[in-house]
Write a protein that binds this ligand. Structure first.
Ligand code: MGD
Ligand code: MGD
Ligand code: MO
Length: 738
C-alpha cells in the first residue's frame, strides 16, 4: 500500500478494482464511506455485483481476468485526449513510451469487446478519473489470483503515474492486505524466493544475515545440499505437491523427492487443486500440522500413521509485532497464557531446532541482543524484534524498536486517524512508523514516493533497485532534488559513493562503515544517519520503471485466462509459454490453454471470494458457534437465467465439475450478483470431499460446527507467471443438478 487508510479522506475519486472491502475489510470500508460523505466518488469494477458495488456511486461488471485490457482502453482515451500528466512521466517514469504504444493498440471498442464493459462507460470512467485530483486506486485478490496477476499489479501503478496520482495524499495504489499480519509475513520472508526484508538469495545477502544471526556463513551453507540450492527459489505453497507427485519435477529439487511437510499457520485447503494436494500429502513419510485447530487438510488425509497435530497457541496467547496493510508496525500484547498443552509457534520451532541439533545457533542472536541490554536470558519477542529491525535495512526497519512500537501501541489516542501524525511526545512521528523508518529519529513514511517533502518528514523518490542506467542507456535517476538534499537523483547510498553524494564522514566513521551499503550495515547505522543528514533517501532517488527489461512480459500484456469463457480470443491473446522450474515445478501455460477447447466442455466461468462471517478456510470461524449460524452452508451463486436453462431451482443441490476431473456437491443459490456466464462461491468451507462427508475424521470433540465442499476442489489449474499464486479468480466449470 503506497498510502494508508486514513489518507482516503484526501481522495476525490476512489477506484476499487478487484476488491470487496465491504465484506473483507469492514474497517477500511468505514474510511472509504467517510471519504464518500466528504465528496469522493466511489467506483467499483468487479465481475460480481458485491456489497461494495452496492455502496458505490458507480458499479461496472467486468469479465474476470481482463483488467489489463480495461486499463489500456482507458489509457487509449486518456492519451488521445491529452488527459495525462506528461511532466510526471518525463521526470519520474522510465519506459512510459512503450505503454503509450501498447495503449494505442487497444481501441476502446477492443477493450470493450475483451472486458464486456460498454464503450461509453470506459470513456466515462477514464474522463472522470483523469479529472479527479487526486484519485486513489484500491485492489486486492481480484487482481492477483491470475496467471497475469503480477502484470495486473504493474498496470495499476502505471495508470496512476499517467494520471500523476503517485506520491500524493489521497492518491496512490492501495492494496488491502489479507490476514492481519500478511504484510509482516512478507516482510519477514514467508515467500520462498527471498530472505527477510526482500533481500535476494545471493551470497552477499546470506553473509549479511549470518552476521546478524551471529553464525558462520559456512555453517549456513552446510545446512543445504550445496551452495547452488541455497541460492535457488524454494517450492511455493502452491507448487510443493508437484515435488511429491511428479517424477519430472524432482530434478528441480536437487534430485530429491519431498518427504515431509510441516504446516504452520495455513489452512491448506485454500490452495487450488485440493485433490492433488491430498494425494501428495498421503504419499509423504511425515506430515505435521501446527495449528490451534484441527487443520482442514488433515481431515482429507487417508493415512493412518505419521500425521501429527501439534496444538499451537492462538494470537491471544502470544505477543509480538505485526505489520498493518499500510506498513505500520504495531505491538500486540498477550491477553492470556497458552491454554492446556498448546505452545506458542516459536516454542514449537525451538523444540524442532533442539531435535535437529541447532538450537544454540537458532537462538544465538536472541542471547546476543539480550546481552546488549545487560541481560543473560533473552525475552521473547522483544529480542527477536531487535534482530529483525536491525537486520532488515533494505526497506528501512532499523528505526523501529520494540520500545518505540510499544510506546505507540500504548498511546493510540496521541495519533491522528487521518494523517497518522503524533501529538505530544510523539510529535513528528507517524503511527506505527510505516516503513521505511530509517533511524531512531526518523518518523516513518506514511505516503510512498512523495518527493516534495524532506526525507526526514517521510519524503522519497522511487527506489533505485535495478542499476543507475537502463539497458538502453537511459539514466534511472530522478531529476528532482528532495528538499534539503545535497544532490538530485542518485544511486543507493554506500560507503563507496558517500563522498560523491555530499555525505560527510569523519575518518572514524569511514572506518565504521567501510565496505557496507545502506542495506548491509551491522552494529551501527552511521551511513544511513549521515545520508539522512545530507537530506538523502538511503535507497536512492530514481525513476519508476514501466518497462521491466528482465521479465518475459516487459510491459503488462493482456493474456486470456488458461481456461477462458472467450475461447475465440485465446489465439489473439495467448498465454505465456510453459515455464519449467517455476518454484521447482514445471508449470504449464499455453500448452494447457490449447490442450482442448475447454469452454465447450466447461462453459461457465468460475469465480470465488469470501464471506464476512468466515475467515480463510473457515477453520476458526466455522468452529465459532455464532459465526457458523450466520453463514452455515456452502453455496454457489448461479444467475436465474442460467439456472432455468439447467433446470436448477433455488436451494437444489448441484454438482460443480472442475477442469481437473473433480467435482463438488453444493447448494445452488440463485442470484443476480453474477452474470449469466459466471458462478461464484465462497472459499471459506472444507470438510466435504466430492460429496463425501468427512465429519468422522475429526478427533473427538474437535469438529467444526459446519462443513462444506472446498471451492478449491474444483478451481482450475493455473499460476501467476512470476509468483506462482494460483489462478483462483477465474477458471471454468460445468454444473449439473445433483
Ligand atoms: N470476512 C473475511 N474477511 C477477509 C478474509 C476472509 O476470508 N473473510 N480474507 C482476508 C484475506 S486473506 C484477503 S487476501 C482479503 C481478500 O479481500 P478481497 O480481494 O476483497 O476478496 P475476494 O472476495 O476474494 O475478491 C475480491 C473481489 O474480486 C473480484 N474479482 C474476481 N476476479 C476479478 C477480476 O478478474 N477482476 C476484477 N476487477 N475483480 C475480480 C471478486 O468478484 C471479488 O468481489 O480479505 C481478507 N479479509
Ligand atoms: N478459491 C479460492 N482460494 C483461495 C482464495 C480465493 O479467493 N479463492 N484466496 C486465497 C488467499 S488470498 C488466502 S490468504 C488463502 C487463505 O488461506 P489460509 O491462510 O490457508 O487460510 P486460514 O483459514 O486463514 O488459515 C490459517 C490457519 O492458521 C491457523 N492459525 C491461526 N492462528 C494461528 C497461530 O497463531 N499459529 C498457528 N500455527 N496457526 C494459526 C488457523 O487455525 C488456520 O488453520 O486462501 C487462498 N485461497
Ligand atoms: Mo489473502
Amino acid at each position: 500500500m503506497t498510502n494508508h487508510i486514513g489518507d482516503m479522506m484526501f481522495s476525490k475519486y476512489i477506484f476499487i478494482i478487484g476488491a470487496n472491502p465491504a465484506v473483507n475489510h469492514p474497517v477500511s470500508m468505514v474510511h472509504i464511506l467517510r471519504a464518500k460523505e466528504a465528496g469522493a466518488k466511489i467506483v467499483v469494477v468487479d465481475p460480481r455485483f458485491t456489497k461494495t458495488g452496492a455502496k458505490a456511486d458507480e458499479y461496472y461488471r467486468i469479465r474476470s481476468g481482463t483488467d489489463i485490457a480495461l486499463i489500456y482502453g482507458m489509457l487509449n482515451h486518456i492519451i488521445k485526449n491529452n488527459l495525462y500528466d506528461k511532466k510526471f512521466l518525463e521526470d519520474r517514469v522510465y519506459g512510459y513510451e512503450e505503454i503509450i504504444k501498447e495503449a494505442m493498440r487497444y481501441t476502446i471498442e477492443e477493450s470493450s469487446n475483451i472486458t464486456g464493459i460498454p464503450v461509453k462507460d470506459i470513456i466515462h470512467i477514464a474522463e472522470e478519473m483523469a479529472a479527479a485530483k487526486p484519485a486513489s486506486l484500491i485492489w486486492n485478490q481480484g487482481l492477483t489470483q491470475h496467471t497475469v496477476g503480477t502484470s495486473n499489479t504493474r498496470i495499476m501503478p502505471i495508470l496512476q503515474m499517467f494520471l500523476g496520482n503517485m506520491g500524493k495524499n489521497g492518491g496512490g495504489v492501495n492494496i488491502l492486505r489479507g490476514h492481519d499480519n500478511v504484510q509482516g509475513s512478507s516482510d519477514m520472508a514467508a515467500n520462498p524466493d527471498v530472505l527477510p526484508g526482500y533481500y535476494n538469495l545471493s551470497e552477499t545477502s546470506w553473509r549479511h544475515f549470518a552476521k546478524h544471526w551471529y553464525v558462520e556463513y559456512d555453517w549456513l551453507v552446510s545446512r543445504f545440499k550445496d551452495k547452488k540450492m541455497m541460492e535457488t527459489k524454494g517450492y511455493a505453497h502452491s507448487t510443493w505437491k508437484f515435488g511429491v507427485l511428479d517424477e519430472e519435477n524432482i530434478q528441480n529439487n536437487a534430485g530429491t523427492k519431498l518427504r515431509a511437510l510441516v504446516v504452520i499457520g495455513s489452512g491448506m485447503t485454500s490452495v487450488s487443486l485440493l485433490d492433488l494436494q491430498k494425494k501428495a500429502m498421503d504419499k509423504l513419510d511425515l506430515v505435521v500440522f501446527v495449528d490451534p485447530y484441527v487443520n482442514d487438510l488433515a481431515i482429507y488425509s487417508e493415512r493412518d500413521d505419521n500425521l501429527f497435530l501439534l496444538p499451537a497457541a492462538s494470537q491471544m496467547e502470544s505477543s509480538g509485532s505485526v505489520a498493518a496493510t499500510n506498513r505500520s508496525y504495531q505491538w500486540r500484547s498477550k491477553v492470556m497464557e497458552p491454554l492446556f498443552e498448546c505452545k506458542e509457534d516459536q516454542e514449537v520451532l525451538f523444540e524442532f531446532a533442539k531435535r535437529f541439533g541447532f538450537l544454540e545457533e537458532f537462538q544465538r542472536s536472541l542471547y546476543e541482543n539480550a546481552k546488549k541490554e545487560g541481560r543473560s536470558e533473552f525475552i521473547w519477542p522483544e529480542d527477536a524484534t531487535t534482530e529483525l529491525t536491525q537486520s532488515i535495512r533494505s526497506i528501512g526497519l532499523q528505526g523501529m524498536s520494540y520500545k518505540r512500537l510499544k510506546a505507540h501501541q500504548e498511546n493510540w489516542h496521541m495519533f491522528d486517524k487521518v494523517t497518522l501524525e503524533g501529538k505530544g511526545p510523539f510529535k513528528g512521528e507517524y503511527y506505527g512508523l510505516p516503513w521505511p523508518c530509517w533511524s531512531d529519529k526518523h518518523p516513518g513514511t506514511p505516503v510512498f514516493y512523495n518527493d516534495s517533502i524532506p526525507v526526514m518528514r517521510g519524503g522519497m523518490g522511487f527506489r533505485v533497485n535495478w542499476g543507475d542506467v537502463s539497458p538502453d542507456g537511459k539514466s534511472m535517476f530522478s531529476p528532482h532534488r528532495l528538499p534539503n538534499a545535497s544532490v538530485a537523483g542518485h544511486s543507493p547510498v554506500s560507503a563507496a559513493n558517500a563522498e560523491s553524494l555530499g555525505i560527510k564522514l569523519t575518518k572514524e566513521e569511514q572506518k565504521q562503515v567501510e565496505g557496507t551499503t545502506y542495506a548491509l550495515g551491522f552494529g551501527n547505522n552511521t551511513l544511513v544517519e549521515k545520508a539522512l543528514e545530507a537530506g538523502l533517501c538511503p535507497y536512492g532517488n530514481g525513476k519508476a520503471r514501466a518497462v521491466v527489461w528482465n521479465w518475459y512480459d516487459k510491459i503488462p500484456l493482456h493474456r486470456e485466462p488458461i481456461h477462458s469463457v472467450r475461447g475465440d480470443l485465446v489465439d489473439k491473446y495467448p498465454q505465456f509459454p510453459d515455464k519449467p522450474n517455476h518454484y521447482r515445478a514445471n508449470i504449464k501455460y499455453r500448452s494447457r490453454q490449447i490442450e482442448k477447447d475447454w469452454v465447450k466442455e466447461f462453459p461457465i466461468n468460475l469465480l470465488s471470494g469470501r464471506l464476512v462471517a468466515h475467515m480463510g478456510t473457515g477453520t476458526e470461524t466455522r468452529s465459532a458457534k455464532y459465526l457458523a449460524e450466520v453463514e452455515g452452508e456452502m453455496f454457489v451463486e448461479i444467475h436465474p437465467d442460467k439456472a432455468f436453462e439447467l433446470g436448477i431451482k433455488d436451494g437444489d443441490m448441484v454438482w460443480v465439475y472442475g477442469t481437473m476431473d473433480t467435482r463438488a456437491l453444493i447448494k445452488a443459490k440463485l442470484s443476480y450478483r453474477v452474470d449469466v456466464n459466471s458462478v461464484w462461491m465462497p472459499q471459506n468451507f472444507s470438510g466435504l470431499e466430492q460429496g463425501k462427508n468427512l465429519l468422522d475424521k475429526y478427533p473427538q470433540g474437535t469438529a467444526a460446527y459446519v462443513i462444506g465442499e472446498s471451492a478449491n476442489m474444483v478451481s482450475s489449474y493455473g499460476y501467476d507467471y512470476n509468483t506462482a499464486c494460483p489462478e483462483t479468480k477465474c477458471g471454468l466449470c460445468r454444473i449439473e443438478k445433483a
